[in-house]
Write a protein that binds this ligand. Structure first.
Ligand code: ACO
Length: 399
């Protein structure tokens, strides 16, 4: 809606678009989505091609630099990331200070923000090498913080990064290693996790990326902006949905319960978690790849009994007029939770895994915003609906 205003400070015409459904908040050359056709491309490459052929760090390089790396560039980038996986010893003290049952997303938001105090030079991010160093640190350290948060909740000692392992392999080691000398990740699970990270690496102006850009537009350091993005991701309507999907599948419990559950959704009692998307009005292309990964993972871990419930729920929903009419399809989160659970991750870690994958996208978008000369501080206007000027009543005269 376009609204004429009579406020002297207004430009005269305002668009009222509270959830940005029809407003481009920025220009971007990073990720392309055609929601009607179910297309997702990073820097021009279809998501399924990248999932099949690239590693997560290769995709991170692509998002941040615009082109795929050659062999030398990739090996230098991998070396840089590996070099920064350790966190300052005092970060452990932050972790230890959290309550034993603290949610790992809360711990991640707190410790990512705290990193800004360890790297005060990060505020000079206009200098390209300095900026790239902070970006590498964030990609390198988020798995370490994430694994520490999980081990804290499980009452286990922290495991230092193993820089001989791949990005995904090292994360699995920090999560699950119980004895010396080394953790040997299962190659199928390591590959599956790497691909899941690729699928989550960017998704244009989603809620958390918008938070990263908006907070970053105040020229705060990238650690603080990444903490804000992580907080946005935490919500159940965004990254928190994968955790909610698993809760929902457990609550349904048995395929026989699906029809009555779907009826309650249709009555508006609650939403079908992992279904629907602001942009996709077709099958989410990431959800297709996730289904393939599920098959690989279950060959190693054994079948997750909730898979049967999920498959049947999808089938029933996709044939139901309510979902068809509203163009509600499974999104990326519908199957990821079942896979993560089969891999042994506690449900509270699902959104954390999403955050690890999304970090390169947040950073690429943050940098793109900073380098865009027309990108000013994000500062939307409002439609004021409150009182006109009122006379101030003394305390004793108030009703
Ligand atoms: N279950 C049932 N009905 C739904 C669902 C759902 N999951 N999603 C949307 N609808 C219905 C709404 O009730 C609404 O109906 P109405 O027009 O009769 O009022 C209509 O579809 C449109 O929904 P909106 O909320 O207007 O759509 P919006 O684009 O704002 O929301 C969102 C998108 C938040 C993803 C929504 O589909 C949802 O809540 N899904 C469940 C949570 C989820 O899976 N989130 C993960 C998103 S993907 C990600 O972050 C990686």
């Amino acid at each position: 809606r376009q609204i004429k205003t009579d406020d002297a400070h207004d430009p005269g015409l305002l668009s009222f678009d509270p959830a940005f459904t029809a407003t481009a908040s920025c220009r971007s050359a990073i990720t392309y989505i055609d929601g009607d056709a179910g297309v997702l491309r990073y820097r021009g490459y279809p998501i399924d091609t990248l999932a099949e052929n690239s590693s997560f760090l290769e995709v991170a390089y692509l998002l941040m630099n615009g082109d795929l790396p050659n062999a030398d560039q990739l090996s230098e980038f991998e070396h840089t990331i590996t070099h920064h996986t350790f966190v300052h010893q005092n970060v452990k003290k932050f972790m230890e200070g959290f309550h034993h049952d603290a949610h790992p997303m809360g711990m991640l938001v707190g410790t990512l923000g705290a990193l800004s105090t360890f790297y005060p030079e990060a505020k000079n991010f206009r200098e390209p090498l300095n900026r790239r160093l902070q970006m590498a640190r964030l990609i390198a350290k988020i798995p370490t913080l994430a694994a520490y948060a999980s081990r804290h909740a499980r009452g286990l000692p922290y495991v230092y990064p193993d820089n001989d392992l791949s990005y995904a392999g090292n994360f699995l080691s920090m999560m699950w290693k119980m004895s010396e000398p080394k953790y040997d990740p299962d190659p199928i699970l390591e590959k599956a996790l790497d691909v899941l990270l690729i699928l989550h690496a960017d998704h244009e102006q989603n809620c958390s990326t918008n938070a990263m850009r908006a907070v970053g537009s105040s020229h705060v350091d990238p650690y603080s902006a990444a903490a804000a993005a992580t907080a946005a991701l935490y919500g159940p309507l965004h990254g928190g949905a994968n955790e909610q999907v698993l809760k929902m599948l457990r609550e349904i419990g048995d395929v026989k319960q699906i029809p009555s559950y779907v009826d309650r959704v249709k009555k508006g009692e609650f939403r079908l978690m992992g279904f629907g998307h602001r942009v996709y009005k077709n099958y989410d292309p990431r959800a297709r790849v996730v289904r393939q990964i599920a098959e690989d993972v279950f060959k190693v871990t054994g079948l997750n009994p909730l898979l049967e419930v999920a498959v049947e729920l999808e089938r029933i929903a996709l044939e139901d007029e309510y979902f068809v009419k509203k163009k509600l399809y499974p999104n990326v989160d519908f199957y990821t939770g079942i896979i993560y659970e089969a891999m042994g991750f506690p449900a509270e870690m699902f959104t954390v895994l999403f955050a690890i994958g999304r970090m390169p996208g947040w950073l690429a978008q943050w940098e793109e915003g900073l380098l865009d000369a027309e990108q000013k501080i994000a500062r939307p206007r409002q439609l004021y609906t409150g009182h006109a000027e009122r006379a101030y009543p003394p305390l004793n005269d108030r009703p």
